[in-house]
Design a binder for this molecule. Sequence first.
Ligand code: PRX
Length: 567
Amino acid sequence: MINIGSYEERVKNFDWSIAEKELDYTQGDVINIGWYCSDRICQQGKGDKLALIWENAMGVEKRYTFDEVRRASNTIGAHLREIGVEAEDRVCLFMDKIPELYLGFVGILKTGAIAQPLFSAFGDESLHVRLDNAKTKVIMTQRKHVGKVRKILEKMPYLEHIIIVDHDGKKPLKERESVFSLNDREWIDDFDIHPTKAESPSVLHYTSGTTGQPKGVKHVHYSLISQYLTTKWVLDLQEDDIYWCTADPGWVTGTSYGIIGPWSLGITQCVLDKGFSAENWYSFIEKNRVSMWYSAPTAIRSLMKAGDEVIKKYDMSCLRHMASVGEPLNSEAVIWAEKVFNMPFYDTYWQTETGSMMICNYPGMKVKPGSMGKPFPGITGTVVDIETFEEINEPGKVGLIAFKPDWPAMMRTYWDNEETYQSKFVKGWYLPGDRSSIDKEGYFWFTGRDDDVINTGGHLVSPFEVESALLEHEAVAESAVVSKPDDVNMEVVKAFITLKPGFEANADLELKIMNFIRKKLSPLAMPQDVEYVEKLPKTRSGKIMRRLLKAQEWGEEIGDTSTLEDD
Ligand code: PRX
C-alpha cells in the first residue's frame, strides 16, 4: 500500500489538519520539532528502534536508537542551557555529517533556540557573513574546523561560546572555546523541553541570491506539519524502511528530509560521512539494505557516468523507491534509473524558502521523465506571466512559478532582511524565482532560473558573493561571475577577470585565484575556469552585464545590447 493512496483523491479532499491529527496536534498547542523527532517516537513504544545508522570514511560505524537520540539530544540541550542559551538564541552547527550534528540539531530545538546549520566546507568568509547576520551566540564545531572560527573571532563579539565536540585534549583551547563530548557525559533522561508554539522560530538556513549577502531563511516549528506529510506521501516512508537521504544538513534537504521528516515518522535512517564514489554508495546501500533513497541529480549523473557494470557487482534489490531534488533531473537520468534499478527517480522541486516539497512525482502517478510533477496536495501552484504576473492558462507556455503562500513550512522572513522577503511576493503570489511551463495534464516542466544564481551540483552559488571575494585578491581589478555548462554538475562557476597593472595573466595565477576562493568561500564557489579579459562588458551606467558573458558560455543568443557601453 502506498501512503498517498490516490493523488487525485488527496487533492480533492486535502486539508493540513490531516497531518495535525496524525501528530496529535491542535492549533494553539505546544509544538516542538525536537520532541516530535525523539520523545514522541519513544512514547509510541519505538524507543528501541534504530533511528540512525552512521558510517564514516574509516569504516567506523555508530548506531543510535530513538531512545538514545532522545537522551543524547536532552544532554546537548541541557548543556546549552547551562552555558546560557535561551529561546530564540542562534546556535550554529558547523560540522561534517557526524552523529553530533543530527543529535545537536534535535537538542538545540528542544531548548527553544534556533538551529543554524552551516556547511562544514565553508571557508572563513562564508562562515563569517552568516554568523554575523544571525548574531550567533554559540557555535558547535569540530577540531578540524575550529581554525576557521578562530580566524574571524575578533570580528564576532556576540559569539560567546565555541563548543568543540571531538576535542582530544591534546591541543590547548583558545578564547571562548570549551569541550563537550557525549562520550564523557551521563545522558539525561528528563529534560524540560521548551514549550515552543507553531510560530516559534526553529531553523535558520542560509541561501544565496543574485545580489547582496546570503539570506537567512527563518522557519518555525509549525513547518513540521508540511515536512511530516510530504515525507509520508512523497517519499512514501513505511515502518520497516531503511531510508538514506544523501544531503548534508548544512542545506535544507538535509534537515527537512534528513532529520525532521524521517524521525518524526519514526523511520530508521542511514548517514554516510564519506566522499562520493559509485562503489562507496552502492556498497552502502547493499550493506544497510537501503529501501528508500533520496538523492540529487549531480550524484545520479555521476553514477550514470560510472557505468552499468559497477552496479552489477552489488545487490540493489533492497531499493523500492527513489527520489531526487535540487536541480533539473534530466530525462536521461530517469530513463537510465528505470533500466538499471527497475524504477525511476521521482523528481521533487522545492527550495530553502519553501521548507518542504512543492512540486513532486508521487508513487502511483505516471512519471513523465524530465518533468518535476505536480503540486503537492494543498499547494496552489501555477505559472504567471513574466511581465504582468497574470496567471498563464496556456499549456506549454513558459512563465514564473508561483505559489499561494499558505502552507505550514513556508519561510516566515529573511533574517534581518524583511525588505527582500517582501520583494518575493507579487499580486498575492510567492515567486521562487524559477521558470517553468505546465502541460495539459498539469505536469510542470522546469526551464531555468529567473536570475543569475548558479546552481552547481544542486548547490546555489551567488555570483555576487564570488565577485566580492575575487576583488579581495591582490591581482584582481574587476570580475564577472557566471555559470558555464558542465556534464555532471549541470553548471559550474566561471570567472572573467581583469587584472591590476603589474600582474601577469598566466596559469599559475589562475590556480592561485581558484584556491583563494575555495578557502575563503567554499569548494562549490570556486571557479572551475578563470578567463582573463582586457575589459568587461558594462552598461552605460557602469553595471557589468553578466548576461552577455553567460549567453556566450551557453552558446545562446545575446539579445538586447542597446544598453551596452560604447567602445
Ligand atoms: O532553482 C530551483 C532549483 O534549486 C533551487 C532551490 O535551491 P535551494 O534553496 O538550495 O534548495 C535545494 C533543495 C530543496 C530552486 O529554486 N531546484 C530545486 N529542485 C529542483 C530545482 N530545479 C529543477 N528541478 C528540481 N527538481
